[in-house]
Design a protein around this ligand. Structure first.
Ligand SMILES: O=P(O)(O)OC[C@H]1O[C@](O)(COP(=O)(O)O)[C@@H](O)[C@@H]1O
Ligand SMILES: [Mg+2]
Ligand SMILES: [Mg+2]
Length: 294
């Protein structure tokens, strides 16, 4: 990776870190529905709209950013020349009401949007928990930071997914899972070394997998084969972070990073990320009947 690319990616990371205390401080007064829907047909919280506007203004202002897209706005914004940035401004915003965890997810692509997994030059997330963690993946390495007053402080350099998996979290309604995924879930659950830990925000669930080892899935459903999570804002960035940390990702048959993009900037994808052994097992169990509803 050349120095200019690296510097631009770091500037984008720094801008997200800088905005994160403002996003966090804006949450208490914005835990209500905004009255509008996002392009995926979900009711937006006031905090979703606030975080999106803030990030659009800050990231769109950077010299090295050419496009900004988020799951909260219909169209891609052309903001200048440079990398394309995709944002899930508040991942897990349905956790606002019960005061559970949530975060911000960012993908940086060296191509116009919609881009492909191969176009990624960096990805990061901020997790709003008891502390604000920021996980940044660039140039083959993931680093973990604590964000304090908008500044990243390095906690762990070169984060590696633990070899021994111990946690799992599977999203959606169990009756709507395909039979083959249910069989995989049963196998994971029956492993005495595995514990169910599910929080309802992808980024919180992914962060505990990165911390302890394991698997997070938001699978295909019998009534929604494409799953729920969005490829450009959630699927590609989280797969890039997990694979860079030594883990694996899958849409059920292939790495999420190899999933072919469509023209739809809001396209969805089944998401499975975690230890390679579990992703391999999953793919072997889904292969046979992935196309046949339960
Ligand atoms: O509560 P549900 O419908 O199972 O969905 C939970 C999943 O949906 C999400 O909240 C979707 O993300 P947004 O909150 O950004 O729309 C994921 O973070 C989470 O994994
Ligand atoms: Mg999300
Ligand atoms: Mg969101």
């Amino acid at each position: 990776m050349d120095g200019k690319t690296r510097a631009t990616v770091e500037e984008i990371f720094e801008t997200v870190a800088e905005a994160s205390p403002e996003i966090r401080a804006g949450l208490p007064s914005r835990r209500l529905k905004s009255g509008s829907e996002n392009p995926s047909g979900e009711k937006q919280m006031a905090a979703d709209v606030f975080a999106d506007d803030l990030l659009q203004a800050r990231l769109g202002n950077l010299d090295g950013v050419g496009q900004y897209a988020s799951e909260e706005r219909a169209e891609v914004d052309d903001v200048g020349e440079g990398f394309s940035v995709t944002v899930d401004p508040l991942d897990g915003s349905s956790n606002l009401k019960p005061n559970n965890t949530m975060g911000t997810v960012v993908g940086i692509y060296d191509a116009p949007l919609p881009a492909t997994g191969e176009d990624l030059v960096g990805a990061a997330y901020v997790l709003f928990g008891p502390v604000s963690t920021m996980m940044c993946a660039v140039d083959g390495q993931v680093d973990e930071y604590l964000v304090d007053n908008g500044v990243r402080n390095l906690v762990t350099e070169d984060v590696a997914l633990p070899d021994e998996p111990s946690v799992y979290g599977f999203g959606g309604r169990v009756p709507e899972w395909f039979d083959d995924f249910s069989a995989f879930a049963d196998e994971v659950a029956s492993d005495p070394s595995m514990k169910l830990r599910y929080g309802g925000a992808m980024i919180g669930d992914v962060n505990q997998v990165l911390t302890y080892g394991g698997i997070f899935s938001y699978p295909a459903f019998t009534n929604a084969r494409e799953g729920k999570l969005r490829l450009q804002y959630e699927g590609y960035p989280v797969a890039y972070i997990m694979e860079t940390a030594g883990g694996a990702s899958s849409d059920g048959t292939q790495s999420i990073l190899d999933v072919v993009k469509t023209d739809d900037i809001h396209a969805r994808v089944p998401v499975h990320v975690g230890n390679e052994s579990l992703i391999e097992k999953l793919e072997s169990m889904l292969d046979e009947s992935v196309d046949s509803p339960a």
